[in-house]
Write a protein that binds this ligand. Structure first.
Ligand code: CA
Length: 226
């Protein structure tokens, strides 16, 4: 399990500099560690390379808006809980954020005690929700990025962020054959080539055994149990 004694880590994605400075100060005073991004692309980058306990994401952001950011994260297997901040009162905007995979939303302007309470609630929910996937004999905990063997025959194995994301996609639909292009789009950055998929399949096999990912010749890969 993750170290629960460490300060919770938050990622704030907010393009209003005055508001983001105020919130960073507020959360820091409350004992959180906070990183901040000022547009959706930067927020996506940080959320993929960092390891956050919760994210606070403004709905209206430059480059990539908040709902799109959350949708991309979820498609890549990142399960970090998200609170959307929205200045828009329309029901459709709130629903859009939740549909994209956010856990909660707060309408601007908000009261600070309410924001803090919502963040505490997200963190509780994150601890309570075992973000696990089970397929075959494997169980993957996406929060700790640990794979365990449900038969108890093998020791737990820790994965990198990308190994975990790739295995999560394969395990989420264990009978489906995924093309390299599908895996590339759901797990990797646009700059990566299809060779990156093969590389990470190789890493997974090295850690978990050859059969964990099956090659489907002429098509791609699927989860293979063992
Ligand atoms: Ca904004």
């Amino acid at each position: 399990m993750a170290d629960r004694t460490a300060a919770p880590r938050l990622l704030l994605v907010e393009d209003d500099r005055a508001l983001s400075s105020m919130l960073v100060e507020l959360f820091t005073d409350e004992g959180y560690e906070v990183d901040v991004a000022h547009d959706g692309q930067q927020g996506l980058h940080l959320s993929l390379i960092g390891h956050y306990d919760a994210m606070i994401v403004d709905r209206g952001l430059p480059v990539m808006d908040g709902a799109e950011l959350v949708a991309v994260l979820r498609s890549r297997g990142v399960v970090t809980p998200v609170l959307i901040l929205t200045a828009r009162g329309a029901v459709t905007d709130r629903v859009e954020g939740l549909d994209a995979g956010a856990q909660d939303y707060l309408i601007k302007p908000f009261d600070v005690p309410e924001l803090l309470a919502r963040v505490r609630s997200l963190l509780r929910r994150q601890r309570d929700t075992a973000a696990t996937l089970t397929a075959g004999a494997w169980r993957l905990d996406r929060l700790t990025r640990t794979v365990s063997d449900t038969t108890g025959e093998r020791a737990d194995v820790e994965l990198s962020e990308r190994e975990c994301a790739l295995l999560a996609v394969l395990m989420s639909s264990p009978r489906q054959v995924f093309t390299r292009t599908q895996l590339l789009e759901s797990v990797f950055d646009r700059a990566d080539t299809q060779g990156a998929v093969d590389t990470y399949v190789h890493y997974l096999r090295r850690k978990l055994g050859r059969d964990v990912v099956r090659t489907v010749h002429g098509t791609g890969y699927r989860f293979g149990d063992r």
